[in-house]
Write a protein that binds this ligand. Structure first.
Ligand code: PLP
Length: 365
């Protein structure tokens, strides 16, 4: 047959996730670590990979890495599950707790993958918009939860792309107020230094998501994990692809996790750069940076789309959110190396100055 019947109805009109990754000299658009894994560690990784049997299926649950992560978090292995990036585990959440007739609670503007996964799995999404300063409208959230039909909730802390972590007291109240599964997405917790982990001991309905893609420089490898109570992990195991975490990724992850202290200086540098860049942005007329607990800064300005173009033409790629509801006029810049950040700041200042003189010229004409 030279035709094909329609795909599943929930795909109609769905736009695939597009990270808007374009060739550039400075990639400040995807919240990656600007520094690759160092040479010494690469050497160790190479040696470990050389011993991986490539003809055998991998350990389905990545036992080695699972035990290391469990131990580092004071838990045992049945509280941990490794995934093919955090993204796979976010999809597994929608498969296991969502589906037709089920509902999730979402706090936009936030990571767009949450709503996309809900849509793919025919899960209804209830959106509670964040307030002007991008904090969660707590009373609206509790009021909605009281209806009793919410099956899962996702709270990103820090929230991507807005930047701040979620108050710990709210997370605790949320966990107490509902039996819905509450996912706290801690993809950037190494930069925010705050975790909901202690609440696992008292809250069966908590699941925490982490990733190797940001602080640990492994976005190219695809490794993430969740921490949760065993009853929750068991449900995630039912929906996952058995071999989603390949043997090479497991080996890389083990070496990197074992040596994770090496990433500390880089993390500290990014936190310092965040302060320095925010200050430079505040000192630039017409630019309003939002506070951040993560490895990026969201800023608001006039002509954000044009500024994005200008930066891109000069080799610096940032993320344009100006077409996203509630993020009008906003760009997100990932903290790069100090040199990349300097370049970003001076280009943005040049854009603002050029626009200023163009306007003055236009007013004279
Ligand atoms: C980057 C990110 C993740 C996970 O990314 P992976 O590369 O798939 O591990 C999860 N949540 C948020 C908010 C992120 O920004």
């Amino acid at each position: 047959m030279n035709r094909v019947r329609a795909a599943a109805p929930q795909l109609a009109g769905l736009v695939p996730y597009d990270p808007k990754y374009l060739p550039a000299e400075a990639f400040l658009s995807a919240n990656e670590n600007p520094r690759d894994v160092d040479g010494e560690l690469r050497e160790l990784i190479g040696r470990r990979i050389a011993k991986v049997p490539l003809n055998r299926y991998p350990d389905p649950l990545a036992g080695g890495l699972r035990d290391m992560i469990a131990e580092a978090n004071g838990l045992d292995r049945d509280h941990v599950l490794i995934g093919n990036g955090g993204d796979e585990l976010l999809f597994n959440l929608a498969l296991a707790w969502g589906g037709p007739g089920r509902t999730c609670l979402n706090f936009p503007p936030t990571f767009s993958v949450y709503a996309a996964n809900a849509r793919l799995t025919n899960t209804a999404v209830v959106d509670i918009a964040r307030t002007e300063d991008f904090s969660i409208d707590e009373e609206a959230a509790f009021e909605r939860l009281a209806v009793g039909d919410i099956d899962y909730v996702i709270v990103a802390s820090p929230n991507n792309p807005t930047g701040l972590r979620c108050p710990q007291a709210f997370i605790e109240r949320l966990l107490d107020a509902t039996d819905a599964l509450v996912m706290v997405d801690e993809a950037y917790f190494e930069f925010s230094r705050q975790t909901a982990r202690p609440l696992l001991a008292t809250h069966e309905n908590l699941v925490i998501l982490r990733t190797f893609s940001k602080a640990f420089s492994l976005a190219g490898v695809r490794l993430g994990y969740i921490l949760a109570n065993p009853a929750v992990i068991r449900e995630f195991v039912k929906v996952r692809q058995p071999y989603s975490v390949d043997a090479v990724s497991q080996a890389v992850g083990e070496v990197v996790f074992e040596h994770r202290a090496r990433f500390e200086p880089g993390i500290r540098e990014i936190i310092e750069e965040r302060g320095r860049v925010a200050e430079a942005l505040r000192a630039t007329p017409g630019i309003v940076p939002f506070p951040s607990d993560s490895n990026w800064i969201l800023l608001r300005m006039e002509d954000a789309g044009e500024a994005w173009e200008y930066l891109y033409e000069h080799g610096v790629l940032v993320r344009d959110f100006s077409a996203t509801p509630l993020l009008e006029g906003c760009l997100r810049v990932t903290m790069g190396t100090p040199e990349q950040n300097d370049r970003f700041i001076s280009l943005l200042r040049a854009f603002v100055a050029e626009r200023g003189s163009r306007r003055a010229q236009a007013a004279r004409d």
